[in-house]
Design a binder for this molecule. Sequence first.
Ligand code: G
Ligand code: MN
Length: 305
Amino acid sequence: MPKIESSPSTPTDDAWGERICLALGEGHFELWFQPIHRAATGEVVHNEVLLRLRDQTGELIVPSAFLPTAERTGLVRAIDRHVVKAAIDRLGTEPALRLSVNLSGQTIAETGFAAFVQQALSQTAVEAHRLGFEVNEAALDRPEAVRFVAEVRSLGCPVALDDFGVGASAFARLRELPADIVKIDGRFVRNLESDPVNRAVVKAINDVAHALGKRTIAESVENAAALQVLRRIGVDWVQGYHLGKPSGQIGRTQMASTVALVLSRLAAVGIGAYLLKSTLGIDLIEGFHTWELPIQLIKAVVPIP
Ligand code: G
Ligand code: MN
């Protein structure tokens, strides 16, 4: 357990501090997961790790109950290390899985945390691109935090700016913020279908992020109408109760999305082959009508007699 910085603590902090130390020592923290889907196809691209504390009565406690104490006492750094280690262990057992882990400002400003990540990855031989991090813009006010982000990005870990749009940052700052992904804050997304101002905000963030070469995620997608609007705007990925609630199980691509994905890829191949033949006269398979290609491909995938 790392040395904890002392700061004025309250009786509530003392009680929660003890519970947190006990939970770390005895394994009472659980990783929960919420899937992030490709907006166009519904396919699950990765899962966000969300922490839960299981108390002695079996009740689940959400981070908003214990994080304020953890932040005040510095225990949040031990919690973040625990979560990163547990996430990497999970990645080690599932080669196709990708996870993103939330980190606090204190953790990413800590000297040696990037080295901790690098060592934990190399011990388990997990590829860095499968472990992402989510940090908020306020955390990046400290130069040490910016250095951490540069270090893990150079290892290959994707970094997302969490809850973007509600902090103090202007678009001008987005250009300087070192991140691969922008997560559009859920407050702009929840009532998207009925609020034209929020639609304009989401479109603006999405356009600026794309112009800067970053991917976008809309958080808190709660209904089909909001998802429809996000697809029209061109947001890359979506997350929210409408698509998948946080759960103890990893979120996976549903069968219907898999079928939609296979069909859309087949259609793309068919259209590509048709364009090749009609514009360049290139026949992919001699004596074969290009319009037959999607049918043949479907037959290859689905066993039709
Ligand atoms: O700040 P961050 O994006 O890491 O917060 C994730 C939190 O948002 C989690 O606690 C999760 O339970 C919550 N959340 C996830 N999806 C939804 C949603 O569709 N609606 C609402 N209101 N909250 C959500
Ligand atoms: Mn997050």
